[in-house]
Design a protein around this ligand. Structure first.
Ligand SMILES: Cc1cc2nc3c(=O)[nH]c(=O)nc-3n(C[C@H](O)[C@H](O)[C@H](O)COP(=O)(O)O)c2cc1C
Length: 218
């Protein structure tokens, strides 16, 4: 069975969030195209994961067989989040731009997903590139929204875009090759003018088209 993992990182609730509007649209259209698919929804915007701390790091870098009970407990949420990623064929990620980067909630989720011996292995025998991803073959659809505009490559604010490159840098932890990342972004939200209206329409069309494509592909 094909499984879609929907992650929402907006701190805003459904009726005030453009990224949630897009992830809802994607999920609805995808299920229309593939009614037998499964959906896992994880709302890290409304229910953020706690920041990792020294106990988390100690537990994560202790080999499985040597872990004390508190370590297993400390990693339980991370294990559950990774199980969801493992189960997914497609990850649809609602990722607003906050302060030119990703929301804290999304960074927190990624910090729980990037786990040695679960999502990556580390071996100095590989020389200068000791990290190798463990998960493979998944697709990532990033549905974003920004108050300003011009964050695309070559755009007037491309140099400020610390969101899309950061997601791409971490995608191998989710089993996603860079070539398998699709991004749709609403812009001009803060201007609330005709450019914003056109951007919303274009993003909705692009999201619908991607959902239909993935509904046929996977
Ligand atoms: C805390 C916060 C920080 C933001 N920072 C930026 C920013 O750096 N650049 C930008 O273009 N828009 C910024 N915005 C605007 C959001 O990207 C925009 O409102 C977007 O629609 C938020 O996604 P959402 O509607 O799903 O909540 C920010 C909004 C918030 C709430």
């Amino acid at each position: 069975m094909t499984t879609l993992l929907r992650i929402d990182a907006s701190a805003q609730q459904q009726d005030r969030s453009l990224t949630r509007m897009l992830t809802s649209l994607f999920t609805t259209e995808f299920m229309r195209a593939k009614p037998d698919a499964g959906v896992i929804a994880r709302d890290i915007g409304q229910d953020p994961v706690p920041a990792i701390d020294h106990r988390f790091i100690h537990a994560a870098f202790t080999p499985h067989e040597a872990r004390e009970d508190w370590m297993t407990d400390r990693l339980a949420l991370s294990d559950a989040l990774i199980d969801e990623v493992e189960a997914a064929d497609i990850i649809v990620l609602g990722a607003p731009m906050y302060n030119y980067g990703m929301p804290t909630a999304l960074k927190g989720w990624i910090d729980h997903i990037a786990r040695i011996d679960r999502t990556f292995s580390f071996d100095l025998a590989r020389g200068d590139f000791p990290i190798a991803p463990i998960l493979k073959g998944k697709h990532l659809v990033v549905l974003s929204s920004r108050g300003e505009f011009g964050f695309e490559p070559g755009g007037v604010r491309a140099h400020l875009n610390a969101l899309d490159p950061a997601i791409a840098a971490c995608a191998h932890y989710f089993g996603v090759d860079r070539a398998n990342i699709e991004t749709v972004a609403i812009e001009y939200q803060e201007f609330k003018d005709a450019r914003h209206d056109r951007s919303v329409m274009a993003a909705r069309d692009a999201t619908r088209a991607l959902a239909q494509r993935f509904g046929q592909l996977c």
